[in-house]
Design a protein around this ligand. Structure first.
Ligand code: ADP
Ligand code: MG
Length: 661
């Protein structure tokens, strides 16, 4: 049903709804209130003046409006309530005056000052309330008042029986869930708290059911996908591994073995490589790339930023220096000509490995025989890899790498459609990074440490959260920090500055200088966040640490401690935050992500939120984890039964799925 057909929706309202991504009846009816205002008449007595009261009153004097200045007016009038005459004030509601008529019964919400006999209203309802009234409060849609939205939805609810119930009958029965129609009416127009609870139970389960349905459906497809079957000389791979400057850890060896098996097998590889920062995922990927090359295929490697792409380019090239692979990179900021040259090489098959940002996907690239795609630090949702995938009709194998700031249990549920390899142990010889939360005023001790490190010829990262001093004055911008450090060290220590606004070549230059040790301190925004690898760096200083999630801080900290030197991480903050202590206690990424989850909920997972696929309307992964587990089991049964094949509503979900990977 079209939104236009709902009473009260005109051109303008329609536009506002569209802007909020509400295009049809279902989307309107699943625009849920985020909280409720519960109105219950209270008494006037024995109250302190800060308590919010709701009282029924009768107008005795319609009073007048005073305009004080442009955006400020007050309306004063009189009422009687509980047998008392009371003065009422409300700010900026001049428009309500025509509705306040003599003897009208109204409800006032606000605070009452007994001494002054003054009721300062924050809201006025133009009728009396009987018993309890629950008013749904919606997140603002630009151009539509809450009241109007309540009315529109109430109209829309008349058509609620048109809306699909995605929960299969057997699950509705199993959990005694109410009907979808009831749930919608309860959530938007509840009479009691019990109704709200019933509605939530149903709608949360349904949302998680659909979520798991998509994942499990994709999984069922993937299990059938046929990939490339390769042959390669395993002894060549063994000798390559033996030629590395270090021994693989046991977890790395296992991950390599699992990956090689995928490459050999007919089934398409769809593997997630989970491992903490510094656990050595890149080498695993590189070995697989080498195997793929030996079998005669090209590889693509994608990183989230240009800096990382370049760094991977350098380190992979270094790892493969004794082989004859041709490696190139492609990033968005290259000239058209440079890009064309790379495209040519890829097409002809001269280039064996192409490393780049995800921008590779938007370039028109045709590989001669792409066999393997590695994606680093990128959440798998939201990236449309369709173009690159389907271009040759064959399905390349896929490896996703992630430094998992996500608790493993959740990861395994969310990534339920992939195989996973996990690297838990870090390469030997690594010392724990000593971490300390430091108040900004105690910065001296940190600067002392910096000096000490530089004297030993070690290097220092300094992270500032923003590029420029913005409205919030306590944010240290990169330049300010630079000044501070220059002054502290009398301009004697060479400092590099890195931020997002630099050009590609400038960034490269800055990174290179730091890598080569020409600069000793690198001050940057969080662009260094993931993956940058300078072994000689031993001190990490993060300003405004309280602004970051634990997982992000852990990632940043992982930039140091990359060899056997003792490394330090200082978390500078203005107010001490309990959660930052977690980092003092632990260097274990899995533990930290559990804690981060506890403190912050799922909002920070990989930045998944932004990508849309994981924005829940009513469910919450953390709070509703148990429901998610049930939904997952139910979905697996449901897909097995193949009932979804016969029902239009599930087909519609399937049709809309973006086969991104
Ligand atoms: P991440 O998992 O964060 O991507 P990297 O692959 O960047 O980690 O590896 C971190 C550093 O550890 C690199 O400098 C790499 O060369 C080194 N490294 C990887 N595996 C080992 C190992 N088994 N022994 C010693 N050093 C290793
Ligand atoms: Mg990495």
């Amino acid at each position: 049903m079209n939104l236009q057909n709902i009473k009260g929706i005109g051109e303008k309202t329609l536009e506002s709804l569209y802007e909020s991504n509400i295009y049809n009846l279902e989307e309107l009816l699943t625009y849920f209130p985020y909280r409720y205002q519960i109105l219950e008449p209270s008494s006037l007595e024995n109250t302190n003046k800060d308590e919010t009261l709701t009282i029924n009153a009768t107008v005795t004097d319609i009073g007048k409006v005073t305009f004080i200045r442009k955006n400020l007016n007050t309306y004063r009038f009189k009422v009687t309530a509980y047998g008392k005459f009371i003065n009422v004030t409300i700010f900026n509601r001049a428009f309500i005056k025509p509705h306040i008529t003599l003897n009208k019964e109204i409800t006032l919400i606000g605070k009452y000052d007994t001494k002054k006999n003054l009721f300062t209203a924050s809201d006025i309802k133009l009728s009396k309330i009987e018993g309890t009234k629950i008013i749904p409060i919606y997140h603002l849609i630009k151009g539509i008042k809450n009241n109007t939205l309540v009315k529109l939805i109430s109209e829309a609810l008349k058509e609620a029986s048109l809306i699909y119930d995605y929960v299969p009958d057997e699950c509705n029965q199993k959990y005694k869930l109410c009907s979808k129609k009831d749930a919608l009416s309860f959530i938007h127009q509840p009479n009691t708290q019990t109704e709200i609870n019933l509605a939530k139970r149903k709608l949360i389960y349904e949302e998680l059911f659909i979520f798991m349905f998509k994942i499990q459906y994709l999984k069922s497809l993937k299990e059938k996908e046929v990939g490339l079957e390769r042959k390669f000389d395993i002894t060549k791979i063994e000798s390559f591994i033996n030629s590395l400057p270090f021994n693989l850890t046991k977890d790395q060896s296992n991950a390599v073995k699992e990956g090689l098996n995928d490459l050999l097998s007919k089934k398409r590889m769809n593997r997630l490589l989970l491992g903490d920062v510094g656990s050595g995922k890149t080498i695993v990927a590189t070995i697989l790339i080498y195997a793929n090359f030996l079998a005669g295929y090209q590889s693509a490697f994608m990183a989230p930023t240009e800096i990382l792409a370049l760094q991977h380019y350098n380190s992979i090239r270094d790892l493969l220096k004794n082989t004859n692979l041709h490696i190139e990179y492609l990033v968005g900021s290259m000239t058209k000509k440079e890009k064309e040259k790379v495209a040519e090489g890829v097409k002809k098959g001269d280039i064996d490995i192409l490393i780049g940002t995800h921008a590779i996907l938007s370039e028109k690239l045709y590989f001669k025989n792409l066999g393997f795609i590695v994606t680093d630090e990128q959440h798998r949702f939201g990236v449309n890899q369709r173009d690159i995938l389907t271009q040759k009709g064959t399905l390349p194998d896929m490896l996703f790498m992630s430094a998992t700031p996500i608790p493993r249990t959740y990861a395994l549920t969310i990534y339920g459609d992939m195989d996973t390899s996990i690297i838990k142990e870090k390469p030997n010889g690594r010392k724990e990074i000593i971490t300390k939360v430091v108040k900004e005023k105690d910065l001296k001790e940190v600067l002392f440490k910096v000096l000490e490190a530089v004297k030993k010829n070690e290097q220092v990262y300094v992270v500032a959260p923003m590029i420029e001093e913005q409205e919030e004055s306590n944010l240290k911008d990169v330049n300010l920090l630079n000044e501070k450090f220059e002054i502290a060290f009398h301009n004697k220590i060479p400092i590099g500055i890195l931020h997002g606004k630099l050009k590609k070549t400038e960034k490269e230059q800055v990174m290179n200088d730091f890598k080569l040790g020409k600069t000793k301190i690198l001050i940057s925004t969080t662009v260094v966040e993931v993956g940058v690898d300078v072994k000689n760096a031993t001190v990490m200083i993060i300003f405004n640490a309280e602004r970051f999630g634990l997982a992000t801080l852990h990632q940043l900290r992982g930039r140091v401690g990359r060899n056997d030197l003792q490394s330090y991480c200082y978390l500078i903050c203005n107010e001490e935050k309990e959660r930052l202590k977690v980092l003092e206690e632990s260097n274990d990424g899995f533990y930290i992500s559990e804690k981060d989850f506890e403190f912050r909920g799922e909002g920070d997972l990989f930045g998944i939120k932004q990508s849309g696929d994981m924005t829940f309307k009513i469910a919450n992964l953390k709070r509703d984890y148990n429901i998610l587990i049930h939904a997952k089991e139910d979905v697996i049964e449901f897909i097995k039964s193949k009932k979804y094949l016969k029902e239009e509503k599930y087909q519609k979900i399937v049709d809309k799925l973006d086969f991104t990977n």
